[in-house]
Write a protein that binds this ligand. Sequence first.
Ligand code: FAD
Length: 472
Amino acid sequence: MNLAMPPAFPSVKSRHVAVVGAGAAGLVAARELRREGHSVVVFERGNEVGGTWVYTPRVEPDPLGIDPTRPIVHTSLYSSLRTNLPREVMGFTDFPFITLAGENRDPRRFPGHREVLMYLKDFAREFEVKEMVRFETEVVKVWILENGKWKVRSKKTIFFNNENNDHYNADIDNINKSEVELDDEIYDAVVVCNGHHTEPRIAEIPGINLWPGKQMHSHNYRVPESFTDQVVILIGSSSSAVDICRDVAGVAKEVHVASRSVAHETYTKQPGYDNLWIHSMIDAAHEDGTVVFQNGKVVLADVIMHCTGYKYQFPFLDTNGIVTVDDNRLGPLYKHVFPPALAPWLSFIGIPWKIAPFPLFEFQSKWIAGVLSGRITLPSQKEMMEDIKAFYSTLEASGVPKRYTHKMGESQFEYNNWLAAQCGCQGIEKWRKQIYLAASANKHLRPDTYRDEWEDHDLVLEAHEDFVKYTS
Ligand code: FAD
């Protein structure tokens, strides 16, 4: 060993770290990185913390979201949205998402979206995270330098207030922009927390180019009023599709849901509704405005709404092709976090889906923070690549499509516990897993009422007994 060369990690070391995004992932990342002794700058292009939970009635000008030059509205929330997870499961592990007194608070177990934003703001205040955030500052380019450091180029986002004192983003409202100010800075590491519910995925429909109706993606759905007396086709069967079809059925003439997860011949009326039908997928759309389903039914429709999910996108990230997105697989990533060739200096938080996001973000953040300081050791680059290859082979052998690489479901608990073991901290609470599973089953059983009727009262009690150690 050359004694003149310092070892990679002489001891637990403080790094200068850039975090991209101040949503739930960026907030907890910032907290954990600072706890570990790193110096942290969080870049946030919006003007408040909370990411996707910052609701706005505004939508993008391109309703399908396919124009790459369109101005971006980050959130995909609709006005009526209530959480699809119970609050005990949703919260960070040491900052329970409990009901707080106050006239502006929503006490429900599955609260409205505003309550989640208030919780994230409470979190940011409690752990003094806001002071690390540079608001209205968008990261436009991130790249690695020859010396292994990272250059982060950012630009100030221009906001202004109109006569009603609403806050507008100049990009979105196409306001004349003054000179764009770019700023370049050097960091030891970059943690990417930019969210993945903004770039729409669109279903492919034969004949759609000639179909004369209106198409949109659920990213641009806010309220049902504009669908009054219309015939609406919704594609998808995710939580958003389940909510939005009911929202729209309240005003529309007919709502037809095309679902990939039902049998070919399916054609059923949704119990409790006289204008909501479930079909198998769309076969083709035609010039005369009709849409034909695989079950043979023909519907003359005004609107097709794609509730078909989102794509990972990192327009600012230049890794020389080391990290790529292929059919919604972001890779190669060791344990969905570190690209081996760039580890630990580049990492991603929040890539897994079908999860309880906040606690998973918290475990990933602790791991990244500990690895960056040298307290936790990663396997060699070669070993990490082998682990990734083995993971891909397992997916392939089980017939899991590439686009489901980051889908977790029940395996999230094992994953969280693996991360916790790396960090030497407590794993996920047993009750959290049990409540998650009970809530999923209840949602399946009672899609219309699962947010207000449940049977896991004993587990809720257990969670609250556990919370006392953080709230007393
Ligand atoms: P985001 O919240 O999207 O935050 C990313 C942040 O990065 C944003 O603030 C954005 O402005 C910023 N950003 C992006 N690019 C840049 C850039 N280049 N420069 C600077 N800043 C940038 N989860 C639950 O737990 N329960 C639920 O009930 C639930 N319901 C959901 C319903 C819908 C409709 C959607 C879309 C999601 C839902 N989720 C739910 C998942 C939700 O996405 C996560 O809870 C979580 O908020 C994601 O946090 P994030 O920080 O990864 O991303």
